[in-house]
Design a binder for this molecule. Structure first.
Ligand SMILES: [Zn+2]
Ligand SMILES: [Zn+2]
Length: 552
């Protein structure tokens, strides 16, 4: 068996069916993230690697790798912080240097619509890999890559698994983007996989971001990445408005600033991250509120419908309250549609538009004075805008999750960078996220956030494992989650805390209840073999997420 495997891994013929480092890579990924034998895409065909085989591979390959390392310089890792054009320039330079050494390159982007920006600036032909390709298309692309005909691979996270020959560079743009975490099994994170791949192939690794993830920046401060900070030269001209003493949704200050922008023929972006007429549809007499049958979450009123933004199911608005038969049913709270009406009334001469998913992106370029949008607006590339107003900067804090402050900061930071002037409306003006936004100061945010993460034991100070159980049967959930909890706490894992089973913030999904057990540990799960064996033996219905990006 061992001999056959060695022959299989031999790279003596020109185009080896399996590149040894690749095979080791695939098996390491499997060891790290997926607890069962999984079919993995390798050289365009699906094969199944079983764990014993994976172990055997590492046994054979490890001594060889040491040999290789003796002669090769160590790979380099960079974190480039800057806006898109700065990052692109740096990438371009690195790509050219790598091509000159006749080595290939993998570039990951969080959104396929960004690919043309890259291909436009790269002189060489590139192969585009994403999950939307058919099997045949993928096979054809992979074959070109495998033969070395194409040296640059661009795409979503699945591009990492492309059989690039003599890999010399991996670039991950917008490393903070959550789409890099695979939301299906194996639930790997592209950045971690890329680190592993760069170690095994000695390829350099570049992560790029305007607002890096806390974990990545922390690693960089510990020397794991060289930080290439392109100082943000633009002076921030941002004011915070304390909304506790304001009467209306648009504060006095913001109103005056919009007036000023209109007078100077400058445009205004207003950011409010809630679509629809309001936050809920409810009865004024008895307080009844429309909720989604499947998810249990409040429905958002939109024209004549109520929509669940979690599962996208649409319901017709009832004519009378199902509880007390009152006809006093109405949208409550604020949504972008209502905000638009409000802004129209306040500035009747201004041309106000709303930028949302269902509206053509080209509208952005048309003639308008004020644009109202949710975070969806970040998908467009905006020219410099006169004024950016954040209607409710505290919105993101409503999610009880360790990642909420970071997500809020990243989103609002990106919007505020577009404006020559910024207004941040908040009920928590002293909050550290809001304070750091006022100066567009990432470093300040990082130092405050890292203190919170340490205090409450979250990454990068701990490793998280989320065990999620879903079922339509509530009793089954209680029984099953407490059974697993008992087996976990009786095993005593050092430096590890295990939360008792509890309902997730998103309590229901597609008609199933969601409960979770969260394991926090100062060591990676791979150090606890007995914990791994408990996790491996979890029955159907359980989802294991190692290093989850949120716990909602
Ligand atoms: Zn009622
Ligand atoms: Zn729903």
């Amino acid at each position: 068996m061992e001999e056959n495997l060695k022959a299989l891994l031999s790279e003596s013929n020109g185009h080896p069916p399996f590149q040894s480092s690749r095979l080791l890579f695939q098996s390491s990924i499997q060891l790290l993230w997926s607890m069962k034998p999984t079919s993995i895409l390798l050289n365009g065909c699906q094969i199944i690697i079983w764990l014993p085989l994976a172990r055997l591979c590492s046994k054979i390959l490890c001594p060889r790798r040491k040999e290789l390392l003796k002669n090769k310089p160590m790979n380099k890792r960079y974190l480039i912080i800057g806006d898109f054009s700065t990052r692109l320039k740096f990438y371009q330079n690195a790509v050219e240097k790598t091509l000159a050494k006749n080595r290939s390159i993998i570039i990951l982007v969080p959104d396929l619509s960004l690919i043309p920006y890259f291909t436009k600036h790269l002189k060489n032909e590139s192969s585009i890999i994403h999950s939307g390709l058919t099997k045949t298309q993928r096979w054809l692309e992979w074959d070109k890559i495998r033969r070395g005909d194409i040296k640059i691979v661009i795409g979503s996270q699945s591009a990492l698994f492309a059989p690039a020959v003599n890999l010399g560079l991996i670039i991950i743009d917008q490393e903070e983007n959550e789409t890099y975490k695979n939301d299906r099994s194996p639930r790997f994170h592209a950045v971690e996989v890329a680190q592993k791949l760069s170690d095994l192939t000695d390829a350099n690794l570049i992560l790029g971001s305007l607002v890096p993830k806390i974990e990545t920046y922390y690693q960089a401060t510990q020397g794991k990445f060289r930080i290439l900070r392109k100082a943000i030269t633009q002076k921030s001209n941002i004011s915070i408005v304390d909304m506790n003493s304001e009467k209306y949704v648009i504060s006095n200050t913001l109103e005056k600033e919009i007036e000023g922008a209109l007078f100077n023929k400058k445009r205004t972006l207003l950011i409010f991250n809630r679509k629809g007429e309001g936050t809920k549809f409810s009865c004024a007499d008895c307080g009844w509120m429309a909720t989604c049958e499947k998810c249990g979450l409040p429905l958002v009123p939109q024209k004549n419908d109520n929509v669940c933004f979690h599962c996208e199911k649409t319901y017709l608005q009832p004519g009378a309250c199902p509880k007390c038969q009152s006809i006093k049913l109405r949208p409550m709270g604020l949504g972008t549609i209502r905000l638009k009406k409000f802004v129209n009334d306040l500035f009747p001469k201004a041309k106000v538009i709303q930028v949302e998913k269902d509206i053509d992106g080209r509208l952005v370029r048309y003639d308008w004075d004020i644009a109202i949008m949710t975070i969806y607006g970040l998908k467009f590339s905006w020219p410099k805008i006169g004024l950016v107003g954040i209607i409710d900067a505290d919105q993101g804090f409503n999610f009880p999750d360790f990642s909420s402050p970071q997500k809020s900061f990243q989103t609002l930071f990106k919007f505020l960078r577009i404006g020559e002037r910024g207004i941040v409306q908040s009920h928590l003006p002293e909050n550290y996220v809001i304070q750091a936004l006022a100066g567009l100061n990432y470093e300040k945010f990082f130092l405050d956030e890292i203190v919170q993460r340490r205090k409450f034991g979250y990454p990068p100070y701990t490793h998280l494992v989320r065990l999620l159980f879903k079922s339509v049967d509530k009793e089954k959930i209680l029984k099953e989650t407490s059974r697993i909890y008992q087996s976990l706490i009786t095993s005593h894992f050092p430096l590890t805390t295990i939360s008792p089973p509890h309902a997730c913030f998103i309590q229901k999904e597609r008609g199933k209840y969601r409960w979770q057990i969260v394991i926090k540990s100062s060591k990676h799960i791979s150090h606890f073999s007995s914990l791994i064996s408990i996790i491996r033996s979890l029955p159907k219905g359980w989802i294991v997420d190692i290093d989850p990006v949120n716990l909602l």
